[in-house]
Design a protein around this ligand. Structure first.
Ligand code: G3P
Ligand code: CA
Length: 363
């Protein structure tokens, strides 16, 4: 099942959690406790994960700004959504011989100095050898000059702005594909925690959520890495469907098999996650069924189940681009209303943080 495929979503999966049409969660968070996470920065307006996109997001006053984090060949942490460089940079032009057999250019095969030579653009896909912009209405490809930032550079900018503007905007780093990094001999989680500690993010009170799709790594962070480093930051378990191949497990023969996420959607799943995490990050249809229609919103029960275990719920990803509003919502604002108020989520990841901030402010 792919992210865009609506079929079979909640039906079979939330599975043992009863679908609670129109039901409200037992935990009632008031509007001013609800948060906005700037997803990859103000990525609806400027190329994702660039410092300008983060500065623009900052000015929109979200509660948190997200960083997807991957590791370089020389063990530096860079802010990049994919563990490949080819969707958002000119790596194929600058280093044409450096693709792996699958045709992808892996960040882990490049030093930071090499990555800093690349230009970043609005994301694209290759179709018949041509670059086709993923979101055609967004910032034009290859205009101006953007670079891949390090995690440290981005944290320093956000903390610097917190000082100059006096806000207290947090960070929301995601450890990307820890299973892949560890298979390549890199302990990305330990490296990320080290940077968080260096910049003062050490406790539950710190303005940080640390997220990952990899449950085994989340447990390791909770049980081993953080205690060893004297840390205890808020953790979020991201949720996926097994056939997205978001998380893989290597068997003894070194073959990668998809991690099975089914248990997270079954009875008792939230109870298990809550032993390690402070919140969950589900895909939107895991919260509001795509079988919903206007005026008949069908909640899956996931928010209620997570709240019953004391966890926050921050679904992804809220986009106002053409074709990205579900059929059950009138417009972007209505979609926010359905999630914040009917489904009672605690926050949203959005490429358009200004719109979500304005929505919450208006309430
Ligand atoms: O981390 C929340 C959300 O960003 C998950 O989706 O693929 O954009 O990292 P993705
Ligand atoms: Ca992410």
């Amino acid at each position: 099942m792919k992210k865009h495929s609506l079929a079979a979503l909640i039906g079979a999966s939330l599975l043992a959690i009863p679908v609670l049409a129109q039901a409200q969660s037992s935990v009632d968070t008031s509007a001013n406790e609800k948060i906005v996470v700037a997803h990859r920065g103000a990525s609806g307006y400027l190329p994702e994960h660039t410092l300008p996109a983060k500065a623009m997001a900052y000015a929109m006053k979200p509660d948190y700004i997200e960083q997807d984090v991957v590791m370089t060949k020389d063990d530096k942490l860079v802010v990049l959504h994919d563990h490949y460089l080819d969707r958002v940079t000119n790596v194929a032009e600058v280093f044409p011989e450096r693709a792996r057999k699958d045709g992808r250019y892996y960040a882990i095969d490049f030093t930071l100095a090499e990555i800093k030579q690349l230009s970043v653009t609005e994301g694209f896909n290759l179709k018949d050898g041509k670059q086709v912009q993923g979101f055609p209405e967004r910032y034009p490809m290859w205009q101006s000059d953007f670079k891949v930032p390090t995690l440290e550079e981005e944290i320093e900018m956000i903390q610097g702005l917190n000082k100059t503007l006096g806000y207290d905007i947090g960070i929301y780093p995601e450890i990307k594909a820890p299973w892949f990094h560890r298979h390549e001999g890199k302990d990305i989680s330990q490296a990320v925690l080290k940077v968080l500690k260096q910049y003062g993010y050490t406790s539950k009170a710190s303005k940080v959520y640390l997220q990952t799709f990899d449950f085994n790594e989340l447990k390791r962070i909770h049980d081993e890495l953080m205690p060893a480093m004297g840390m205890d930051v808020k953790l979020v378990q991201l949720m996926a469907y097994t056939d997205w191949n978001e998380t893989m497990i290597y068997n003894d023969q070194g073959q990668a098999q998809p991690y099975n996420y089914d248990w997270m959607f079954a009875n008792g799943g939230m109870e298990v996650i809550a032993k390690y995490a402070d919140g969950i990050g589900p895909w939107k249809p895991m919260v509001v069924s795509d079988k919903s229609t206007k005026g008949n919103i069908k909640l899956t029960g996931l928010v209620k189940a997570a709240h019953a275990q004391g966890m926050q719920v921050h679904p992804y990803t809220f986009r106002s681009d053409t074709g990205r509003i579900p059929a059950y919502a009138n417009d972007f604002s209505d979609m926010l209303d359905i999630f914040y108020n009917t489904a009672n989520v605690d926050g949203v990841f959005t490429d358009f943080p200004d719109k979500a901030v304005n929505f919450l402010d208006a309430k």
